[in-house]
Design a protein around this ligand. Structure first.
Ligand code: SAM
Length: 346
């Protein structure tokens, strides 16, 4: 794929590239109708840190809508836009902000998206918050569910739920062993005919729209690389299993997946592993440079530092030209190819 985004990427592989910059500018350079999936989680700091009131929440929604309009143009007709949004409270009161619902309604009413399905990501490892309402006054439950809106450009986005089948629940496993003990064939109040077909073992179960994913994965190479560099990991990473679910269900190998708020590039690294083409953008060069660690495995300390600094110094790293196969690479064997004029490596 040869897309000229008007600047060289920070780093690239044969399948994708990470760019430092404003995704409004970068997205605009992509051809219309070219993306199969935009999977992202926008910054919420705006709402959290400053405890923005209603007025500011409208501003946030308007800000995000500008990205959504471009995403709509760049998606293929069967493309999807999956947006992970954390909840927020109103300023100084134990009542919830409606901003994530406003985003949903505005994107459908004004931008032209369809709501293909609403998902909820339950993170059981989330710490109780906000402290004032949950821990101190004990008047609210802890907020551990994000809304994940699956928008589509048309009513028929590409989708195959058989790519994300899950293990049967314990109850279902029991039913499969002895179906007659569980249900006597009869019509349920819902009109469903609970016949013996429910006792058929299909190997795995259709997943529900409640995704249970603890955000406690070790992030191996990424976090150990950050330690080597003496830097902190990105503070708002989502777990790899979240983009993995949607990439598997909504795209095929070779399709283009884009994360417009890439952060530590969780989405790009999952897309790479699943053999999709990918692009990832982030405004902050420090996050961009650290995100290369996801692609470097357990390399020698000096290689990690060199690549990280090269990216901070705005040199483009072609990861496929680096030899990371040996664990202890020396400066001599390291074949870093700096592409200073790689404006269109994709
Ligand atoms: C919630 S984080 C994304 C984290 C990511 N999902 C991960 O797993 O690492 C949002 C990111 O959006 C970036 N960002 C904010 N405004 C942006 C813009 N206009 N263009 C590109 N990135 C932006 C921030 O720097 C931040 O890293």
């Amino acid at each position: 794929m040869y897309f000229d985004l008007g600047r060289p990427p920070a780093y690239s592989t044969a399948k994708g590239a990470m760019f430092s910059g404003d995704s409004i500018e970068l997205l605009a350079k992509l051809p219309d109708n070219s993306i199969s999936l935009v999977m992202t989680s926008p910054p919420f700091a705006l709402l959290r840190k400053k405890e923005y009131g209603n007025q500011d929440q409208h501003e946030y929604v308007d800000w995000l809508t500008e990205f959504a309009k471009l995403v709509f143009k760049k998606l293929k007709p069967d493309g999807s836009f999956v947006l992970d949004l954390g909840g927020a409270y109103q300023k100084g009161a134990p009542t919830r902000s409606l901003y994530n619902f406003r985003v949903l309604i505005k994107f459908c009413d004004e931008v032209g998206f369809y709501l293909a399905e609403e998902f909820y990501w339950h993170n059981p490892s989330k710490l109780p918050s906000p402290i004032e309402w949950v821990n101190k006054r004990k008047i609210r439950a802890k907020d551990s569910v994000n809304t994940v809106w699956w928008f589509s450009k048309t009513e028929w986005p590409k989708s195959d739920v058989t790519q994300v089948l899950t293990e049967y629940s314990d109850r279902m496993k029991k039913l499969l062993k002895a179906p007659d003990e569980f249900y006597s064939p009869a019509k349920r109040p819902s009109g469903h005919d609970i016949s013996t077909s429910f006792g058929k073992d299909n190997g795995e179960a259709i997943p529900s729209n409640l995704l249970q994913i603890p955000n406690s994965e070790s992030n191996g190479a990424y976090l150990s690389g950050c330690k080597t560099l003496g830097i902190k990991g990105h503070p708002a990473r989502f777990p790899a299993k979240l983009p993995e679910f949607f990439i598997k269900m909504l795209t095929d190998p070779g399709d283009l997946v884009v994360d417009i708020f890439g952060g530590s590039n969780t989405t790009g690294s999952v897309a790479e592993a699943l053999d999709r083409r990918w692009l990832s953008f982030d405004l902050d060069i420090n996050y961009v440079a650290a995100s290369v660690l996801r692609f470097m495995g357990s390399n020698h300390e000096s290689d990690i530092k060199q690549v990280y600094e090269d990216i901070l110094n705005k040199k483009t790293i072609n990861l496929d030209s680096l030899n990371f196969s040996e664990k202890t690479l020396t400066k001599k064997t390291r074949k870093t190819k700096i592409l200073s004029d790689a404006a269109s490596v994709l």
